[in-house]
Design a protein around this ligand. Structure first.
Ligand SMILES: [Zn+2]
Length: 334
């Protein structure tokens, strides 16, 4: 067997432990998802339930026909949270309070008979894009996940910078508007307070006031929060309220991107997560905000695009990390 053929048969399991579900799948060395399984969870998930659910999922995936002629090299497991220095303990898990401070990571290592690597989900999303997606071979890449919150992973020359807790700073909490609303983190005017899902909902209610008969009106009057899908659908119907909301919140996201430019000098910033479904109108607004407030030398050359991997970014990136990504230069692929 040649080295190229050996690479083509390599695969790994990626697991994305989120607040609402555990997503797992087997990914090969070219980034193809060979098979997958999902398990719904909620905030009552205990460490022992998490370990047994993930062990069962690994067993199911290993038995899948799609994996039988591949060489499974390891498991990557990612989650939203803070890990200690040697990634042996989960100090804080967002949305899964029972896992915070537990022995989850050690217990997983003991129950899975393959090498296991742990990381934060925002890093995994960046690794997925850098290895197989819209950030392939980019030297300085930032991949933002914009949804309920805003997180971002960074890759610089094939390395993930890790300032504390294995993340590259809390990039959703750079202060963009000190006169802005309070953020759940305790800060004021954080990027997340200006541009995450709750900000789009807040702005939709403000703009809608005094107007009726727009596509968003029924949703706003129902008392349900406005989602990215609602806004997308309203944009498709040329709703002026939706256009104004996306332009406003996207502009603030661009202010955050301009701040990231001052820190990391990225060549490319990719927008992923639930609100990336807003597509080109969102990108246009982000670019506008970034160019209007940022340092021109840094922002004029910046490429801003949509992430390739949707909700699978975490599991694909987790598997990629188990296969040794990110790498400075990609290995030759078949
Ligand atoms: Zn904050």
């Amino acid at each position: 067997m040649t080295a190229d053929q050996a690479i083509s048969k390599t695969c790994a399991i990626g697991i994305d432990l989120g607040g609402q579900s555990i997503k797992a799948g087997v990914v090969d060395a070219a980034g193809t998802l060979l098979c997958r399984c999902n398990q719904p969870v909620d905030k009552t998930l205990s460490p022992s339930q998490a370990v047994s659910a993930m062990a069962d999922m690994v067993k199911t995936l290993r038995a899948d026909d799609a994996v039988s002629d591949h060489d499974l090299c390891g498991i990557g497991i990612v989650m939203p949270g803070y890990m200690n220095r040697d990634r042996s303990q989960l100090l804080f898990a967002a949305n899964l309070p029972q896992l915070s401070g537990s022995s989850l990571l050690a217990d997983l290592k003991n129950s899975l008979d393959l090498p296991v690597v742990f990381d934060a989900d925002c890093n995994a999303a960046a690794v997925a894009e850098h290895a197989f997606g819209a950030g392939a071979d980019v030297h300085r890449l930032v991949v933002a996940t914009v949804g309920t919150g805003i997180g971002a992973g960074v890759i610089i020359d094939g390395q993930i910078p890790r300032t504390m807790y294995h993340i590259a700073g809390s990039l959703g909490h750079v202060i963009v508007n000190p006169q802005g609303p309070q953020c759940p983190c305790g800060g004021r005017g954080c990027l997340e307070a200006m541009s995450a899902a709750s900000a789009f909902d807040r702005e939709a209610r403000r703009v809608q006031m005094g107007q009726s008969d727009t596509p968003l009106a029924a949703i706003l009057h129902s008392g349900q929060p406005v989602t990215g899908e609602d806004l997308r659908s309203a944009l498709d119907q040329a709703d002026p309220v939706a256009s104004q909301v996306v332009a406003h919140c996207g502009w603030w996201l661009g202010v955050g991107v301009a701040s990231w430019c001052a820190i990391f000098h990225p060549d490319r910033v990719l927008i992923g997560g639930g609100l990336a479904g807003l597509g080109q109108p969102l990108l246009d607004a982000v670019r506008k905000g970034c160019l209007e407030v940022g340092q021109p030398r840094l922002t004029q050359q910046l490429e801003i695009g949509l992430a390739h991997f949707g909700m699978d970014a975490g599991l694909v990136g987790a598997a990629a990390e188990a296969m040794g990504f990110p790498r400075l230069q990609r290995e030759p692929l078949p």
